[in-house]
Ligand binder design. Structure first.
Ligand code: PMP
Length: 437
């Protein structure tokens, strides 16, 4: 163990597990690559859990941040702030939400907290519908709507949450159904849930593609079906776009657009990648919903000039270089390569995804049992080969998560797919060998 690792143990809580047997110390990055303290270079297929939207050390973002830092780091959101107004106007226009208002926060958790604050106040109800296997952050209210129990360390939430089917479809009672049947079953489940509530429900919150839950998505259109039911009851729809926003899924700028018959959500939350590594988050809502609070509070660092400078420069770069289009093209190729790599391997149950958000679900060879050990083996082998990956999925961390910076090139996609294919083969050999003993 490195000396730094020993010191980490002294200051971090026991429930915070680091990746890798020899945890990585990353010292710098450029483009789609990062370097560790030993000088080794890695192709980054995790982008710091999607915080690096465009590229590491993107000169445009670095310059904008440095210039702003040279002027002033922070004042107060109680003063006029040009970069904040500009970014808010851009996001409002992109959101698809009519008469949209934007409120900036410092994280995704705080964005979802704010969305819950708005929805519960607007509807005067503390009942929330959330999806099974979901993740929405780590505050007291966010853990109370997180269906993935591994990521929800307390059940003492002030919210009354009901968990609906539909987030994960590879497993569970509806796994054998086709798309139309799955959607009908999930809608019936939602209606059944609503039949059991007393008083109004405030909102349904959902990630269009579940991130921490293992990059799993319902069939397109499910949220449109849900929306019809929600509208009958006046229930708001909150789309948590913390992972799916900004064209990450290639085909759509927002994840909700895969369900576009539903129209835009009432509330949309974003974070992570917009700041390209700066801590940013926010909520977009119809004015009527945003303005429903009769007393307010500000987020001290939400809308901070430095993060706004990063967000403006990063978003401008993304749009000018059509990175959603790049995510669609290069992501499509990567998905194809990874499907090819997984074909014939017992350890690979499914390779799924859209754009640059690809999940590989691993099982113990010869069984249908989710296998976190396989994911750890692949992560270690890929690291040795010079590639960083993420993992997720309910409880066991058995799904590999691939979400590179959105400037990924075809050559890098091919290179990463090659390293990953070798890592999958070595995990298969190791686990297959053990299974035969
Ligand atoms: N929502 C989703 C979908 C997320 O993936 C995350 C972070 N993994 C959050 C909310 C919370 O964001 P943050 O960590 O910035 O608080």
């Amino acid at each position: 163990m490195s000396a730094l690792h020993d010191r980490h143990r002294a200051v971090l809580p026991d429930w915070l597990a680091l990746y890798y047997q020899r945890p990585l110390e990353i010292t710098h990055g450029e483009g789609r690559h990062v370097w560790d303290a030993e000088g080794r270079r890695y192709l980054d297929f995790f982008g710091g859990i999607l915080t690096t939207m465009t590229a590491h050390a993107l000169p445009e973002v670095t310059k904008a941040v440095a210039e702003q830092a040279g002027r002033i780091l922070h004042t107060s959101t109680l003063y006029l702030d040009r970069p904040m107004v500009e970014l808010a106007e851009r996001i409002a226009a992109l959101s698809g939400i009519p008469d949209a208002r934007v409120f900036f926060t410092a994280s995704g958790t705080e964005a979802n907290d704010t969305a819950l604050l708005l929805a519960t106040a607007y509807r005067r109800s503390n009942q929330i519908l959330a999806m099974r296997n979901s993740y929405h952050g780590r505050s007291f209210s966010a853990v109370g709507i997180t269906g993935n129990r591994e990521w929800s360390p307390t059940s003492l939430s002030p919210l009354q949450t009901l968990y609906v089917h539909g987030g994960i479809r590879t497993r569970g009672p509806y796994a054998h159904l086709d798309d139309a049947e799955f959607r009908a079953a999930c809608v019936a489940d939602l209606e059944d849930m609503l039949g059991q509530t007393r008083g109004g429900v405030a909102a349904l919150i959902a990630e269009p593609v579940q991130g921490v839950g293992g990059f799993t998505a319902p069939p397109d259109g499910l949220y449109a079906d849900f929306r019809e039911v929600l509208r009958e009851h006046g229930i708001l729809w909150i789309s948590d776009e913390v992972q799916t926003g900004w064209g990450r899924t290639g085909d759509n700028f927002w994840g909700w657009q895969a369900h576009d018959r539903a129209g835009p959500p009432d509330v949309l939350t974003f974070a992570k990648g917009l700041g390209n590594g700066m801590s940013i988050g926010g909520v977009v809502a119809r004015a009527e919903v945003m303005n429903c609070l009769d007393a307010g509070s500000i987020s001290t660092f939400g809308g901070s000039p430095v993060t706004m400078a990063a967000g403006n420069a990063n978003l401008a770069y993304l749009l000018e270089h059509d990175l959603p289009g790049n995510a669609r093209r290069v992501g499509g190729l990567l998905l194809e390569r990874l499907r090819g790599a997984g074909a014939g391997l017992e350890v690979v149950r499914e390779v799924r995804g859209r754009g640059l958000m690809i999940g590989i679900e691993l099982v113990r060879p010869g069984t249908d049992e989710p296998c976190g050990e396989a994911a750890s083996l692949v992560l270690e082998a890929a690291r040795e080969g010079g590639l960083l990956l993420g993992k997720g999925g309910s409880r066991l961390g058995s799904v590999l998560r691939i979400a590179p910076p959105m400037t990924l090139t075809v050559a890098e996609a091919e290179e990463g797919a090659g390293i990953l294919a070798a890592a999958l083969h070595s995990a298969e050999a190791e686990l297959g060998g053990r299974a035969r003993q």
